[in-house]
Design a protein around this ligand. Structure first.
Ligand SMILES: C[S@@+](CC[C@H](N)C(=O)[O-])C[C@H]1O[C@@H](n2cnc3c(N)ncnc32)[C@H](O)[C@@H]1O
Length: 232
């Protein structure tokens, strides 16, 4: 952090779940498969991005790299970012096993990647933005907007809360109890220690960053799926 201003958020530090823990990384994909159909999810995201042939795609917070591999198999060139070197090494080894050479794995995140403006046809980020407080979500979304080509799509999916009449406890209990038992401790830690925000704040942040929100759909376990587009 030495070269950065004193006010810069350190996104490399792990918040909540520690994705630099080798055991956590090895467990991650099988844990996710308990409540996500990753293959179907990744194919559906790819279809929504409306990509041209040989598209360049940015993935922020690639984790084990399952989406990046799906996009590479479909002919895309992918820049896949993560702040955890352990996750990146795991993702890179999975890509090597498949001889996928069109994914560039980079140790960087929303606030630290360096890419030319308007250099990607699309961007994707799933279950990552809640690692940043809202102030820094705003900065992150502006940075993603900047590197997209006009008309480029951004698929954002994350845990985003909503409640009526101030009943936050019901919303939080619903989130925790809606997950498999093996994930409930982590879900409670997510609420207590991470930075998931409210749906109306997220919507505003996306629009203020310059995106048209084409679709916002609440899916499972408090996940909201935002399909956004940078205006032409
Ligand atoms: C819950 S995992 C999601 C992984 C993958 N996107 C998925 O859907 O399976 C969160 C990932 O985001 C990474 N991460 C955390 N903060 C980040 C940031 N500011 N920029 C990029 N990646 C970040 C973590 O290291 C971790 O690999």
């Amino acid at each position: 952090m030495g070269l950065w201003p004193e006010w810069q958020w350190n996104e490399i530090q792990q918040v909540g779940t520690d994705y630099t823990d080798v055991a956590e990384v090895q467990r991650y994909e099988s844990r996710m498969q308990q409540f996500r159909d990753l293959a179907a999810e990744d194919q559906a995201i790819l279809a929504e991005l409306n990509l041209p042939p040989n598209a360049r795609v940015l993935e922020i917070g690639t984790g084990t790299g399952h989406f990046a591999r799906t996009a590479a198999r479909a002919g895309c060139t992918v820049v896949a970012l993560d702040v955890s070197p352990v996750m990146l090494e795991y993702a890179a080894s999975r890509a090597r096993e498949e001889n996928l050479t069109s994914i560039e794995f980079r140790h960087a995140g929303f606030l630290t990647f360096s890419c030319p403006p308007a250099s990607f046809d699309a961007a994707v980020s799933v279950a990552v933005l809640h690692h940043l407080p809202d102030l820094w979500k705003a900065v992150a979304l502006h940075r993603v907007h900047e590197v997209l080509k006009p008309g480029g799509r951004f698929l954002l999916r994350d845990v985003v809360f909503s409640w009526e009449g101030g009943n936050h406890a019901a919303a939080f209990d619903g989130f925790v109890n809606g997950l498999p038992t093996s994930m409930r401790t982590e879900a409670a830690r997510h609420i207590a220690k991470e930075y998931s925000t409210l749906d109306w704040i997220m919507h505003g942040l996306l629009e203020r960053a310059g995106f048209n929100v084409l679709r916002a759909e609440r899916t499972q376990a408090s996940f909201v799926h935002y399909l956004c587009e940078k205006a032409d």
